[in-house]
Design a binder for this molecule. Structure first.
Ligand code: PRP
Ligand code: URA
Length: 208
């Protein structure tokens, strides 16, 4: 399955500010949230709707409603929570789970420290959120845990993807469609995305 990379001059404009090391925490967080909202619109293009009748001030008409209960948003802690606001703006009643992972600084392997997801995850459209798809290790492990819980219908949304991460994630979870607002060049020797935006968690939470 080909990844979807958002190609839009207004997204590129937002990315130009996001990538800039001089951009402060408040603006960084707002941009992550805004871009995530656009990723959500793209990823949920195929959302099922139910026909209902509503009465406008003029007349009765057919309208189309999404069953928000069918959706589960799963941010990977910490940085994934920065994307959550954008998605909740679109579907405020979706269920939310959290998977806590951090990358070991030497091995770059993800370490799990928290896991709590909504019940009936096997019946939901699951949307996993993490701004950075670098080696792919965190996304792969999070999705493996969700599949072990029964999840079948999974999409992965990120702000920036590295080719290495896309390749690995597609190899291990070929059924999971990837949505990114940018596809960057490569990883550096510290497994950071080049040119990237630095450490997403630190920039969202102002921890460095
Ligand atoms: C970052 C990022 C991803 C992971 C990506 O998280 O938010 O979860 O690294 O790298 P990978 O594709 O090589 O696994 P980090 O481990 O720095 O934790 P944080 O979100 O708490 O800052
Ligand atoms: N995690 C980040 O926050 N940034 C990267 O470039 C790679 C992993």
């Amino acid at each position: 399955m080909e990844p979807v990379i958002l190609k839009h001059p207004l997204i590129d404009n937002k990315l130009s500010i996001l990538r800039n090391k001089k951009t402060g925490t408040k603006e960084f967080r707002e941009l992550i949230s805004e871009i995530s909202m656009f990723l959500c619109y793209e990823a949920l293009k195929d959302a099922k709707t139910e026909e209902i009748e509503v009465e406008t001030p003029i007349c009765k008409t057919k309208a189309y409603k999404v069953n928000e209960d069918d959706y589960a948003f799963i941010p990977i802690l910490r940085a994934g929570t920065g994307m959550l606001d954008g998605l909740i703006n679109v579907l405020p009643n979706a269920k939310i789970g959290h998977i806590g992972l951090y990358r070991d600084e030497k091995t770059f392997k993800p370490q799990r420290y928290y896991y709590k997801v909504p019940k009936d995850i096997d019946k939901k459209q699951v949307v996993v959120l993490d701004p950075m798809l670098a080696t792919g290790g965190s996304a792969i492990d999070a999705i493996t845990m969700l599949k072990e819980e029964g999840a079948k219908d999974i999409k992965f949304l990120c702000i920036i993807a590295a080719p290495e991460g896309i390749k690995k994630l597609q190899e291990v979870h070929p059924d999971v469609k990837i949505y990114a607002s940018a596809l960057d060049e490569k990883l550096n020797e510290n497994a950071y995305i080049v040119p990237g935006l630095g450490d997403a968690g630190d920039r969202i939470f102002g921890t460095k």
